[in-house]
Structure formats: C-alpha cells, structure tokens
Ligand binder design. Structure first.
Ligand code: ATP
Length: 256
C-alpha cells in the first residue's frame, strides 16, 4: 500500500564501545500486522526495541514512527505517540493488585496536585470510570478478571506475562512491541498466546512486533518475519519463505 509504515529504522547502527549491536539495519513494519523479529542470542533484537522506544539513541541512521523521525525523543514521549512494549524480564508492580497494575498505565496524561484531586470535574470522573471499565475489559480478555484484587506477584508466571501485555494495552497504543512473551510458558499457553496476539491485531487494529524464540509461536502468529544475525538482516519474508531460507537454516533454525 502507499501509506508509510508505522515503524521503521533506516540504515540504523548501534554501537556499545567496540561492540556493534545493530548494523545498518533497515526495518519496515507495516500497519496492522504481526511482524516477527528473530535471530540467535545476541543478534541485536532487544537493542532494536531499545532504539524504537528511545531507551538508546542510534549511533547513526534514523528511526521513524508514522513517517516521522523519533530519534532523540525520550521514552515517555514515544510512548505517548502510541508505542507500548513489554520486557524480556517481567516488570510489574509486584505489591500492587492486578487491576492497579493495569490502571497505572491508563493515565497517559498526568493529573497531580491536591487541587486536582479535590476538584475533580465530572468529566474527569467519567473518564476515570471509563478507564476502569477498559482496564477490567482487558483483564477479562486475558482471563485475569477474577484475580483483579490479588497482588501481581502472586500470579502464576504465565499470568504475569499476560498481565504485562494487558498493562501495555491500557495505554491504547498503535503499536505493541512484545519481547519474548512466550518465554516460560507451557506449550498450551504458548499456542493460546499465539491466537491472542492475532486477535489483538484484529480487535485493536494494532501493529505488533514480536521478538520470540518459540518458533511455533513466531511462525503461527506473524505475517512477515525479519531475521537478524550479529545486528544485520539475513532474511525477510513470510513464515514459509523464512523456514525454507538456506541462510536462516544455516545460521539459526538448523540448531533449533
Ligand atoms: P537475546 O535473544 O539473547 O535476548 P538479543 O538479540 O536481544 O539477544 P541484544 O540484547 O540486543 O541481543 O544484544 C546485542 C549485542 O549488543 C550483544 O553483543 C550484547 O552483549 C550487546 N549489548 C546490548 N546492550 C548493551 C549495552 N547496554 N552495553 C553493551 N553491550 C550491549
């Protein structure tokens, strides 16, 4: 299509001292797709997420969201543009309840100060009710509504991963970056997650970038996959293209 991709990197390089983590990377993520970013350990996948979300600034090259450069914007500003992520290592507020974890993400604009709390307008009150309903609907979708009052840390591991996704969705993003969401999940949970990812794309018109080592999930969920090795692209294509690509098999799938 003629519309610009939602997310892109252009000739992007990231160096950490002597290490080149990402080299001359062109990434083009079309809207409303599940896009897989795969590669062996240390290939640079998490670093790509970190430059897309403003955690790191690329050494050279551009990073674009909806056709505009976002290089130099701080992470919170990029989040407000509509980019949400989850992390390889779960980062929940363990002591807060399941619902509170999602609610904390529901407030993209800050409303602080005593006066703000004392004189909440009717509009704010109805907005808060709406946010709570939205948070509950998200928990419902991930099968977590019954546990909404439990502390997040009391949830089983797979449920904590799902809660992280629910929390990311509470910001109402346009794009969602998922860093190894199936890690630690059993096979049934992984297959369920794969379907949920596609459902999210459809229901929220979301663009999803998936970094995942579970090949069944990647091949089942993604429209398009980009394979990186040592920071460089070695293949891009449909799951079937990728499964058959001799370079990918040699570098990566052969050992899986
Ligand atoms: P994995 O699948 O194991 O999570 P990955 O593909 O996400 O790996 P990255 O974590 O992006 O890979 O790492 C790419 C390279 O950059 C590695 O050599 C790593 O050691 C290096 N690296 C990443 N972050 C930093 C940093 N903050 N400082 C120095 N080196 C880093």
């Amino acid at each position: 299509s003629s519309e610009s991709p939602l997310l892109a990197t252009k000739a992007t390089t990231v160096r950490f001292g002597g290490i080149v983590a990402v080299k001359d990377l062109d990434l083009t993520v079309p809207s409303n797709q599940v896009f897989g970013l795969i590669g062996p350990n240390g290939a640079g996948k998490t670093t790509v997420f970190n430059i897309l979300t403003g955690v790191y600034r690329p050494t050279s090259g551009d990073v674009q969201f909806e056709g505009r450069s976002i290089v130099g914007l701080p992470p919170h500003a990029i989040a407000q543009l509509g980019l949400a992520r989850t992390f390889q290592n779960i980062r929940l507020f363990g002591e807060l309840s399941v619902l509170e974890n999602v609610m904390t993400a529901c407030h993209p604009r800050s409303r602080s100060g005593v006066l703000a709390t004392m004189f909440r307008t009717r509009r704010q009150q109805s907005e808060e009710r709406e946010q709570r309903d939205f948070a509950l609907a998200l928990l419902e979708r991930f099968g977590l509504a019954a546990q909404r009052h439990a502390p997040a840390k009391s949830l089983a591991y797979g449920n904590q991963r799902r809660l992280e996704i629910a929390r990311a969705l509470a910001t109402r993003p346009k794009a969602l970056l998922l860093d190894e969401p199936a890690a630690g999940m059993n096979p049934q949970e992984s297959v369920a997650l794969m379907r949920q990812i596609q459902q999210l794309r459809d229901d929220f018109k979301l663009t999803i970038v998936l970094v995942e080592h579970n090949m069944r999930v990647v091949m089942g969920a993604c429209e398009r996959i980009q394979v990186v090795e040592q920071g460089q692209t070695i293949a891009i294509g449909s799951p079937d293209d990728i499964k058959r690509d001799p370079r990918v098999i040699a570098a990566y799938l052969g050992t899986a």
